[in-house]
Unconditional design. Structure first.
Length: 565
């Protein structure tokens, strides 16, 4: 998948230089998701970068779950993330690991830090710690327990591990520099007490390492050469390097594969932001837990499990990541670009069918009752190898309600009183009469057929400006169509006032609309996950909520392309 990284790839330039200088013999990367939710589209940039870089250099990529917070982690997410990665076409050829695999090593290194005067047990409260930390312009203050004797800190740390103290009573902090201009270096917390059941280790541990401590150690233990991460970790890099160096991993050595290494190098790239898209896992979890969506796989969600259910393809997502490219500065990508990539991929592979989502009845008054005509219509206009299908044409049909206007504007080329249109693959019809109910609502159109205008016949050369899709009433299959829009309201990303609001207040009330329509019988032959283009409407994917008699189709993406490069 290395082609996904070829656009503006400054990371490979840095790796090329490292290899030329002999710092590493083999490139080894890692993808380190937290198992506290499902992967979303934002994670794909890191995923493709990590796996694609290893692939480009003939190296290895590890999958390592950062399971250091048992409060929110579940085995369900571990399995889901592995499935998502494979769905995108990647495999962790460097091995499968967990941060919890290294709990004992991390603990032993922490004890070593205490003995060497690099860490101490602190008992400041969280509020006091924030006060002592200082600000971006003012240095922090040293904790009264910063100079606690080594033996006392070591004893307290061991008793923390033994479960003698309540949560929040003590923490283990690195002893670095409370006056550092980088707040991350002002004696960060390394361990905290947490009495939570872990999805892998159970109740074995009641102290858990912090990410900024365990993550660099995991990279170093696994002999990662390049730790590729999003730009938000740039300010954490000095701490990353401090942990790796103080733990003794910066000394050149031979890794298990016989390659020379000097410890991992962290390189940051801009994270992925998309307009009208919720990109925070914390916010996504809230949407699920508070019932704003039906689950992590609700087709409106930007999670990969939801995109897969909706009908997005891995090829389209990889194409999107490739077009976004790698940069050093954060920016926001138009949601329309993602839709453009999905539309381009589905356009080549999806058979065409006719479905009417808001049916209006049409009666062909000059068509003999009981007569049917069998038509042959191509499944894809650009791929004759996809073949043809047979459709029945009858006296009573459905068209889209919006395809008729009683008092149309100029240049309205669909059906109107006295006007003519061609029905796709069939005949030209003329509207002669509009039938309404007592409330004035249009219930039926009475039309006549030009019998000589059948598609493919000698009389088919007669031209009219409009062509409509249709469904024969006797063959019509009822269906439910779910129409989706982005979760966030339109233009909300550019609204400064909206940016200060709770994101729940910014949710799009029209993110889901359900239509009860009908379609050709072929929609009943599909399997869950199959995609069709509903002519003149969009691409639709069969959902698992379907029944044998009522298929449910999710709108993947509409036909209108608003993306402008």
């Amino acid at each position: 998948m290395s082609e996904n990284l070829e656009r503006g790839n400054f990371i490979w330039d840095a790796i090329d230089q490292d290899l030329a200088e002999g710092k590493y013999g083999r490139v080894r990367t890692r993808f380190p998701p937290e198992p506290n939710g499902y992967l979303h589209i934002g994670h794909c940039k890191a995923l493709v970068t990590d796996f694609g870089t290893a692939e480009h250099y003939g190296g290895l990529c590890n999958l390592r779950f950062d399971d250091t917070n048992p409060e929110k982690e579940e085995s369900e997410f571990v399995g889901g993330i592995m499935e998502d990665i494979r769905w995108l076409g990647f495999e962790w050829n460097g091995g499968l690991y967990f941060a919890s695999d290294y709990y004992q090593q991390c603990y032993d290194i922490a004890e070593d830090f205490i003995r060497r005067g690099l860490a101490y047990v602190d008992e400041l409260s969280q509020e006091e710690m924030r006060e002592y930390r200082g600000t971006l312009t003012q240095p922090g203050k040293e904790s009264p327990w910063r100079e606690r004797p080594m033996a006392e800190s070591l004893d307290l740390f061991r008793r923390m591990k033994a479960g003698e103290f309540p949560e929040g009573r003590y923490v283990l902090r690195a002893k670095i520099d409370m006056a550092s201009p980088n707040i991350n270096m002002r004696d960060p917390v390394m361990y905290r007490i947490l009495y939570k059941e872990h999805h892998r280790t159970g109740s074995t541990w009641c102290i858990y390492p912090m990410y900024d401590y365990s993550h660099p150690l995991g990279d170093a233990i696994e002999h990662i050469s390049h730790s590729l991460c999003s730009l938000e970790y740039e300010d954490h890099r000095p701490l990353y390097d401090w942990v790796v160096e103080q733990a003794g991993f910066r000394v050149p050595h031979e890794d298990p594969d016989g390659f020379r290494t000097v410890g991992p190098r962290q390189i940051e790239f801009a994270r992925l932001n998309i307009t009208r898209t919720v990109m925070s896992k914390r916010h996504l979890r809230r949407l699920v837990e508070e019932g704003y969506v039906s689950g992590w796989d609700d087709p409106r969600m930007p999670t990969l499990i939801a995109m897969r259910r909706r009908g997005y393809t891995p090829e389209a997502i990889r194409d999107f990541i490739s077009r976004v490219g790698l940069a050093k500065a954060d920016s926001t990508v138009e949601f329309a670009l993602l839709e453009h990539c999905v539309r381009g991929d589905l356009g080549a592979r999806s058979p065409r069918v006719m479905a009417v989502l808001d049916p209006l009845k049409v009666v062909l008054t000059n068509w003999e009752e009981g007569r049917t005509d069998t038509l042959e219509i191509e499944n894809h206009p650009d791929h004759p190898e996809m073949g043809f299908r047979s459709l029945k044409f009858s006296r009573e049909l459905y068209i889209e309600r919006e395809d008729f206007m009683e008092d149309p504007p100029r240049k309205f080329f669909r059906l109107k009183p006295g006007g003519e249109v061609r029905l796709k693959g069939a005949y030209i019809i003329r509207c002669d009469e509009v039938v309404k109910d007592d409330d004035g609502h249009i219930t039926q159109l009475n039309c006549t057929v030009d019998m000589d205008s059948r598609s493919g016949s000698p009389g088919a050369d007669r031209k009219v400006k409009g062509t409509l899709h249709w469904v024969s009433m006797p063959e019509a299959v009822p269906l439910r169509a779910r129409l989706y829009e982005p979760l966030l309201a339109e233009n909300d990303d550019d609204n400064e006032e909206a940016g200060r609001k709770d994101f729940i207040a910014r949710l799009n009330p029209d993110s889901l609309k359900v239509k009860h329509g009908c379609a050709e019988p072929v929609v009943l032959t599909a399997s869950v996950g199959d995609t069709f283009q509903f002519l003149r409407v969009g691409y639709f994917c069969l959902d698992r909520d379907s029944t044998p008699t009522l298929p449910v189709y999710n709108l993947v993406v509409g036909l209108k392309d608003s993306y402008r490069p």
